[in-house]
Design a protein around this ligand. Structure first.
Ligand code: SAH
Length: 335
């Protein structure tokens, strides 16, 4: 729901401001319609129903993978596409993957989102409406800003959304913002905003290779970005998750693991998450399971904490880096 429009409408109707909080409470608990909000006077509910849509987003299509992962394609009121994903785990975790922008202005070579046209920043309400959509069916426990877009290029809206996620049941410590290394954003996040987690998409152990994979590295090179992460760690006292995509023959050699290990000091400030590559139109191959395990072993040899990410929803193109809102949605609609 467009919360700014809601506030303005409540004010125009001469209703007390607490009505806004009442409505939000219903939404955060999964209400899907105005009718459900029974502690609002009927006449007010009718008036609001005519003036404020229940969501800023329309569902265009959805797909569900065998592992329970669900991807939804939405459209904003001005027609911009975006996708969000709910991952269901056996241990009961329900993790949302949220988009912060429609498309992405950055052009990481391995990422499908970077190939679609950049639309615009999403508003805080458009970010929250992704979460509220899934909340109507069940209660999400975690959220990661790993959908479309670069969250730190839209930090005001992302932070405003983060502030409200706990009402939906997602605590700050279970919320992670993932970034290409947008330096001013990391610096700001070190000093303000709720105590969410930070993930850095590094993917290469030196500037030459990183610039090839992620053009943003020309603007914000590794040393500067890692300095900002250390600053974040000093202020927040939480480790930074370093995401490292495993590309066969590109960044997965033993020496590259050692080069990476040398960058990550102090050790306790970082934890590496090795990500199996999910297929896109780009000409890469993912590293073999053996190569990933060997890389992880090399990091651990140097006392760097490392884990391997579980891939979810690959068959419906819902996995990391696959969101591009271009599936003709045949795979979709109840599929
Ligand atoms: N712009 C932010 C968040 C969106 S991308 C960022 O870059 O961190 C979320 C994660 O998916 C990033 O770590 C990104 O590098 C990774 N990713 C992109 N393409 C991928 C692919 N094809 N396979 C696996 N991970 C990918």
């Amino acid at each position: 729901m467009d919360l700014t429009l809601l506030e303005r409408t409540i004010e125009e109707l001469g209703e007390p401001a607490y009505r806004v909080r009442q409505v939000w409470r219903w939404l955060a608990r999964g209400a899907a319609s105005w009718e459900e909000m029974t502690d609002l006077p009927l006449a007010l509910r009718r008036e609001l129903a005519a003036r404020v849509p229940i969501s800023t987003l329309a569902v265009v299509a959805s797909a569900r993978a065998r592992d329970g992962t669900e991807k939804v394609l939405f459209r904003t009121a001005d027609g911009k596409p975006l996708e969000a994903v709910l991952m269901r785990y056996r241990d009961g975790r329900r993790s949302l993957c949220l988009s912060s922008q429609s498309g992405c202005p950055l052009t990481c070579t391995f990422c499908q989102t970077g190939r679609m046209r950049f639309g615009r920043n999403l508003t805080a309400s458009e970010i929250l409406d992704q979460a509220l959509h899934f909340r109507r069916d069940e209660r999400p426990t975690h959220a990661v800003f790993m959908g479309m877009g670069e969250p730190l290029m839209n930090l005001d809206a992302v932070l405003a959304a983060c502030e409200r996620l706990p009402d939906i049941g997602i605590a700050h410590r279970r919320t992670a913002i993932s970034t290409v290394g947008w330096l001013p954003g990391i610096e700001r996040l070190a000093r303000e905003g709720p105590p969410v987690r930070l993930a850095l998409s590094l993917h290469a152990p030196n500037d030459a290779l990183r610039s090839e994979l992620m053009p943003i590295n020309e603007r914000y090179p590794i040393a500067a970005v890692l300095d900002a992460c250390r600053e974040w760690w000093r202020h927040r006292r939480r480790q930074v998750f370093v995401e490292y995509l495993m590309l066969a023959g590109v960044n997965d050699r033993y020496e590259q693991a050692l080069e990476l290990a040398a960058l990550l000091r102090p050790r306790e400030a970082f934890c590496v998450n090795l990500i199996p590559y999910n297929p896109t139109d780009a000409p890469y191959r993912g590293s073999s399971r053996r190569a990933i395990d060997a890389f992880r072993g090399a990091l651990e040899e140097r006392s760097v904490r490392a884990t391997v990410r579980l891939t979810r929803g690959r068959e419906i193109a819902a996995a990391c880096g696959q969101l591009a809102a271009r599936q003709p949605l045949a795979a979709v609609a109840g599929g």
